[in-house]
Write a protein that binds this ligand. Structure first.
Ligand code: PLP
Length: 390
């Protein structure tokens, strides 16, 4: 048996802070720790860093600096967009449209709006995990004010047709929000070609620390203030800015822009992993392989509970997830796999490998060997598997 290694294959859950992000942030912890709202020179230095970060990000995403708002992460940005936009447009209607495969930040923000009299329609994806344009358009009502869809799904990695979906929303005078948290760093993000009015990104998925993210709000798109307090961030999101993390986020987005255009090597590695793991009996891939993030592989190994797989893989030094990190700890089967029509036994035997550029061929060989071991080990204890006649 191969020697125990440590293999991190859970990049969709979070990533390590990169050296370049650490280096960019450090001076803002040690030297330039002023409050960006202060008028003295350390304050002005901090304010300049926030402004420069906004300019750099805006340049890369293709928008204006004044359209970028820093948040505590993806979840806050999503809450702000969904609720703030719905509240600011309540005079036009109280119906919003999203999809069944969104992150819980979207699903629960929409659910929270119910108490304010809003209604939400969630569009079901096809069995491949993709949202159909016709289904999206059919969900629209005369009182629809907002539509949303994620750019890439966090569990099965499917890449949704955002520019077409945004066009449909605009045709019907609805604003369009896009959760780009999983897509950032994996595919280039150009806000104009996506056509989103609001878009969320999270730092910790792309090599910046946890606790920083951003919300893009197109000029003219109405979104009500989310945090009351001081006049920071053009009076829309109060609270002293987290200067080092904002600088770190700008560096991470710059680094991601340089690497996200060509993911062919990562895709090759992922495809090799998929081909090898499919040789394990009763295995299958969940979601289409056609329009999918290069590092994502979501697979089911029937007769193996995902929890058992995770535990044994962890003992072998391999980190993967069952579903998404955010639903870990709940006993609910994945809403995404349910939405694409998988039966419960397949859902409960599903795990997600999310590879990063740093995963080596040796890492893959190790995962393949360990997956063969652990599936065989778990199946010897499965009464259902034992009943099969080979
Ligand atoms: N949206 C998607 C698609 C995600 O995968 C995540 C995190 O896993 C989030 C939103 C939430 O982001 P954060 O962890 O920064 O709150």
């Amino acid at each position: 048996m191969s020697e125990k290694k440590f293999v991190y294959a859970d990049h969709a859950a979070t990533t390590a802070v990169t050296e370049s992000v650490m280096a960019a942030m450090e001076p803002y912890f040690r030297e330039h720790w002023g409050n960006p709202s202060s008028l003295h020179s350390p304050g002005r230095k901090a304010a300049a860093a926030v402004r420069d970060a906004g300019k750099s990000i805006a340049n890369i995403l293709g928008c204006y600096e004044s359209e970028i708002y820093f948040t505590s992460g993806g979840t806050e940005a999503i809450n702000w967009a969904i609720k703030g936009n719905a509240r600011a447009n309540r005079h036009r209607g109280k119906h919003i449209v999203s999809t069944e495969i969104e992150h819980h930040a979207v699903l629960n923000s929409a659910a929270a709006l119910k108490s304010e009299g809003y209604e939400a329609t969630f569009v079901k994806p096809g069995g491949d995990g993709l949202i159909s344009l016709d289904d999206f358009e059919r969900a629209i009502r005369p009182d629809t004010i907002q539509m949303s869809c994620m750019l890439a799904n966090n569990e099965i990695g499917t890449i949704e047709p955002i520019s077409e979906l945004a066009r449909i929303a605009h045709k019907h005078k609805a604003d369009f929000f896009c959760d780009a948290v999983q897509a950032a760093g994996n595919i280039p993000i150009d806000i104009d070609s996506l056509g989103a009015d609001m878009l969320a990104i999270s730092g910790h998925k792309i090599g910046a620390p946890k606790g920083i993210g951003l919300l893009y709000i197109r000029t003219g798109c109405m979104v009500s203030r989310y945090i009351d307090g001081g006049a920071q961030q053009r009076g829309q999101r109060a609270g002293t800015e987290n200067v080092p993390y904002i600088v770190g986020l700008a560096q991470a987005i710059k680094d991601a822009a340089a690497t996200s255009t060509d993911k062919s090597r990562l895709r090759q590695k992922r495809d090799r992993l998929a081909a090898e793991l499919l040789k394990i009996p009763f295995s299958r891939i969940n979601g289409t392989m056609r329009q999918r993030l290069a590092g994502n592989l979501n697979m089911s190994f029937e007769f193996c509970e995902a929890e058992s797989l995770l535990l044994l893989l962890d003992l072998a030094g391999i980190c993967v997830s069952a579903g998404s990190a955010c639903t870990a700890g709940t006993d609910e089967p994945s809403h995404v796999l349910k939405a694409i029509g998988l039966p419960e036994n397949i859902i409960r035997s599903s795990i997600r490998f999310s590879l990063g550029d740093d995963n080596t061929d040796d890492d893959l060989d190790y995962i393949i060997a360990q997956m063969n071991n652990v599936t065989a080990q778990i199946r010897t204890l499965s009464p259902e598997y034992g009943k099969l006649n080979f």
